[in-house]
Design a protein around this ligand. Structure first.
Ligand code: MN
Length: 264
C-alpha cells in the first residue's frame, strides 16, 4: 500500500515524524510531501499567485513552498504521478482539530484534498494543553494510530468522506477507548483579537484562541476528547444542508413580472 503523508505544521514538525512512524507501521511505501513552513489555519487554500517550488529533504521526502492542499496535489500529480497513493494521512497536528476548527484546519484540508482526488484520507491531531504537567503525549498516536488506520481501511467509506481523528492529551495507557463522533460546537467565545504595541507604539493584532474545558454534548468530538477517548469523525465534503434545501424549495420563486434587480 502506497501512503502519502503531509501536515500543516511544516516539514520539520515533530508531529510529521510521528505520522511517519504510524505510516511505516502499515507500509514500506511511504512518501512525505509537506509544507516548507507552518501552514496552520491555512484551511483548504491553494497557492495561485506565485509558483510552487519544492525540494528534496530526504529519501522519499519533499518540502513544498505552499499549503497542505498544494502538497497533496504536488504529491499525487507530480511526485507520485507514476502510481497514485492508496491512502493520504495528514498530521499529526500539534493541537486538536475539533468542532469549528474543522473549516480552519490545514491538517484536515490535506485530507480533504486527498478525498477530492479519490483517495481515502485521514487527518490526525493530538490534543495539547490540558495536561496538568504540560506534557505532550505524542506516544498515544504512535501506539494507537496504526491499528486505528487499519480498522478504518476495513470500514465502509461513503464517497466524498474523510476521517478526522483526534487523540486526547493522555498517555497511551490512559486513553479510555475510541468512539465515532459528530462535529461539535464550542459553547464559548471562540476567536478573539489580541491588541499589542510595536516598537513605535503602533498597534498590531493577533487572532487569539480561548481554550478551556466546557461541558460539550454527548456524541460530539469535543465530548469524546473531554472524556479521554480518541474521537473519529467522518466528515463529508459536500456542505449542503439538506433540510434547509428542502425548506427553501417551498419559499423560493422567481416572479418574472418584477425581476430581482428591481427589488429594494
Ligand atoms: Mn497545525
Amino acid at each position: 500500500m502506497r501512503i502519502l503523508i503531509t501536515n500543516d505544521d511544516g516539514a520539520g514538525a515533530h508531529g510529521l515524524s510521528v505520522l511517519h512512524q504510524i505510516a511505516k507501521a502499515i507500509s514500506d511505501d511511504v512518501w512525505i510531501v509537506a509544507p516548507e513552513t507552518n501552514q496552520s489555519g491555512a484551511s483548504h487554500a491553494l497557492t495561485l499567485q506565485v509558483p510552487l517550488r519544492y525540494r528534496e529533504i530526504g529519501e522519499r521526502a519533499f518540502a513544498v513552498r505552499g499549503t497542505p492542499a498544494d502538497c497533496v496535489i504536488m504529491g499525487v500529480k507530480h511526485v507520485l504521478k507514476d502510481k497514485a497513493p492508496d491512502l493520504v494521512l495528514s498530521g499529526v497536528n500539534h493541537g486538536a482539530n475539533l468542532a469549528e476548527d474543522v473549516t480552519y484546519s490545514g491538517t484536515i484540508a490535506g485530507a480533504m484534498e486527498g478525498t477530492l482526488l479519490g483517495i481515502r484520507s485521514i487527518a490526525m491531531s493530538l490534543t495539547i494543553g490540558f495536561d496538568p504537567e504540560g506534557k505532550q503525549h505524542w506516544k498515544s498516536p504512535v501506539e494507537h494510530g496504526p491499528r486505528l488506520v487499519k480498522q478504518l481501511l476495513d470500514a465502509e467509506w461513503p464517497a466524498m468522506t474523510l476521517m478526522n481523528i483526534n487523540y486526547p492529551d493522555l498517555a497511551p495507557g490512559d486513553v479510555r477507548g475510541v468512539v465515532a463522533t459528530r462535529q461539535g460546537r464550542r459553547d464559548q467565545g471562540g476567536l478573539h483579537i489580541q491588541e499589542r504595541s510595536d516598537t513605535w507604539g503602533d498597534p498590531y493584532f493577533w487572532v487569539g484562541f480561548e481554550r478551556r474545558r466546557s461541558d460539550p454534548p454527548q456524541g460530539t468530538d469535543l465530548r469524546a476528547i473531554a472524556d479521554g477517548f480518541i474521537s473519529v469523525t467522518p466528515l463529508h465534503l459536500n456542505l449542503t444542508h439538506e433540510g434547509a434545501r428542502e425548506a427553501l424549495g417551498e419559499v423560493l420563486s422567481l416572479d418574472r413580472a418584477s425581476p430581482l434587480k428591481d427589488v429594494g
